[in-house]
Design a protein around this ligand. Structure first.
Ligand SMILES: C[S@@+](CC[C@H](N)C(=O)[O-])C[C@H]1O[C@@H](n2cnc3c(N)ncnc32)[C@H](O)[C@@H]1O
Length: 282
């Protein structure tokens, strides 16, 4: 049982809630026009590094005729995914050694996985399991915008708490996170170098601004809650004896943010994420 990622790198709620928002129906047309998949075809789709399963869930809705298999190394993510995203086969496995026969899928897809996996294995394994003409979709998070509301700024107690924790870069090294970062130019070049044809790129913008009236109250509150859970899980992942005390401060900040939202006192805090979509054919 491997729970390294969910315990030490990103928690279940951090990934699941943020992805639910980024892949919300409001943004789906942007993704689907770049994927260029036929919603009526009975594709066999493999998602690699699926985490708690939010993308697998939306793929199931966007491509209802497809048979979807989703794989990850972390068993806590998979347990969560199985109980929250029905209709998908979730499997434990390694992206560097996919447990499938050659030429067995029509589509492979991943989101925020490439930078963690050795490139020859990342691209080579997908090339191996794709059928001739199959589509590889590599989704990569690029630098977005995060503007906090004043009530969410880091407090002095939190600053001291984080200063006492091991350095984030050291932690990344320990858990072998983000060892293979690629620029927006290196990514399509890598895909071509590993044998994919007709490589194309595009970008999807998901702008999450709770105070913008285009968002319903449930969606605006879901944005605030996703940020809250992200911050709480980050504090708890330290295993510090002071974690619960700091979580109390975090909760107080987000309770205030919700109060302001409900009172119509606008903060215009925003989280804009930018996803690069690479599409190549085997
Ligand atoms: C940044 S998370 C993204 C998860 C998911 N795609 C999402 O966006 O919610 C990276 C995921 O890749 C998984 N992962 C990392 N290296 C892996 C490997 N070699 N094989 C399978 N999964 C891997 C981790 O367990 C984690 O779930």
């Amino acid at each position: 049982m491997n729970t390294v990622w969910s315990k030490h790198v990103q928690g279940i709620n951090t990934l699941y809630l943020s992805r639910k928002l980024r892949f919300d129906a409001r943004f789906s047309e942007q993704y689907r026009s770049l994927f260029r998949l036929d919603p009526h075809r009975q594709y066999r789709i493999l998602e690699i590094g699926c985490g708690p399963g939010a993308l697998a869930g939306v793929l199931h809705r966007w491509y209802p005729c497809a048979e979807i298999t989703a794989l990850d190394r972390d068993s806590a993510f998979l347990d969560f995914a199985r109980s929250h995203e029905p209709g998908i086969t979730f499997l434990e496995g390694d992206a560097t050694c996919l447990p499938f026969e050659a030429q067995s899928f029509d589509v492979t897809v991943s989101y925020t996985l490439q930078e963690h996996v050795e490139p020859a294995a990342f691209w080579g394994e997908q090339h191996r399991v794709l059928k001739p003409g199959g589509v590889c979709l590599c989704l990569s998070a690029r630098k977005g915008i995060r503007q906090l509301a004043p009530c969410l700024e880091t407090t002095e107690a939190e600053r001291i708490f984080w200063a006492e924790q091991p350095d984030a870069e050291q932690e990344f090294e320990t858990w072998q996170v983000c060892r293979f970062p690629c620029s927006e130019a290196q990514l399509p070049a890598a895909m071509e170098a590993h044998g994919f044809r007709n490589v194309s790129t595009g970008y999807v913008v998901s702008d999450l601004t709770p105070d913008d009236p285009k968002y319903s109250a449930p969606m605006a509150e879901a944005m605030i809650e996703a940020e809250r859970q992200n911050d709480l899980e980050a504090v708890r992942s330290t295993d510090s004896p002071r974690a619960e005390q700091i979580c109390g401060l975090v909760n107080a900040k987000y309770d205030e943010r919700l109060r302001l939202y409900r009172a119509g006192i606008k903060q215009w805090d925003t989280a804009v994420s930018l996803a690069m979509i690479l599409r190549g054919e085997r």
